[in-house]
Design a binder for this molecule. Sequence first.
Ligand SMILES: Nc1nc2c(ncn2[C@@H]2O[C@H](COP(=O)(O)OP(=O)(O)OP(=O)(O)O)[C@@H](O)[C@H]2O)c(=O)[nH]1
Ligand SMILES: [Mg+2]
Length: 364
Amino acid sequence: MTRTLGDLIPEKVRMVIIGGFLGAGKTTLITRMAKELMSSKVNVGLIMNDQADALVDTQYSHALGLDSCEVSGGCFCCRFPDFMKNAEKLIDASKPQMVIAEPVGSCTDLLATVVNPLKAMYSERFEVAPLIIMVDAARALSEGFDRNQLNGYLRRHQVCEAEVIVLSKADLVTPEQLELVRSAVKEINPAVRTITYSSLGEEGFQEIMGVVNGAQTSDRRPTDIDYSLYAQAEAELGWYNSTVAVELVPRVDAFVLGRRFLGALADKYPAGDVAHAKIMLVTPVSAMKMSCVQGRLTVDMAKGSRFAEGRGQLTVNARVISSPEDLRRNARSALSETVPGIVEVEVEECFSPSPPKPFHRMKE
Ligand SMILES: Nc1nc2c(ncn2[C@@H]2O[C@H](COP(=O)(O)OP(=O)(O)OP(=O)(O)O)[C@@H](O)[C@H]2O)c(=O)[nH]1
Ligand SMILES: [Mg+2]
């Protein structure tokens, strides 16, 4: 007899989906929320997602001691059965009251391909929170949501289908600039609720937690999308993931290593073309994530100090407007020029995402 999750847990699990473009701040927010929820005794599981293997985000959440798993090799919509398998595994293993899922940053049409299938086929197991989309206020200010530019089209559709928009990185723009971004968002999606947020302070955090933890569920109908433009926008990006074994003796300053590597890679491209390049350096004494978004470098420490020592792993995930061949060459040369103690490249994948082919697409 098939066992249903309803037999195992008395109540529905709340599924929270937090999308938004590459580098908008999804992982930073999700891990902060998970820590806050766990400290108030709400058990949470995370599902990360990528087009390839070897994910910085999964390693970062593990280094923070959070319960997470990943769907790799394609987005939640194209790998919906994998997404559900992972959700069930998490629920079986640790009985979370909530699962928070982070789709790939170049993914959109989530209402039709993830939210509606969940509501139609798994309503006795899950309640689905309103779809939250993060918008990087600094990127929105400089790049807008131009539907004639491919990535602009993608980011525009993400805004268009959102039920709640988190305007992230409010600390990087002035209040006047933030209002310009809010107006641009409202022009695309007039009814949407917007929440101003910065990961550096308290602004907006409790309001977001209210949505995540509240009783409101997703009730929006999907919006139209041109899959050919969506596919072209994704294909404009080169996708590079690698994991490199390193032997760091004597110890190295991880901030300097990260700055040199990401700087050398980002130098090869116009700043706006680096959608998000990030690394995770894990050694027995430390775990550090470093990101480069639009040429801006930021560090997120997960464990230990800035000094890394001993046998470790450096994981690189770069999404850049570039041909995969150029990106692979540039990433390899940045690695060999800037990273000491390389023992071997354990994993390397580089490609342009293929056209999205959702497993389900439900317009109602
Ligand atoms: N200044 C500032 N930086 C932020 C904020 N939120 C996130 N960041 C930084 O932005 C970088 C990218 O954040 P992530 O959380 O990795 O972004 P993401 O949306 O998960 O990126 P992908 O998974 O690649 O799509 C990190 O270094 C964060 O520290 C914010 O509110 N203010
Ligand atoms: Mg992320």
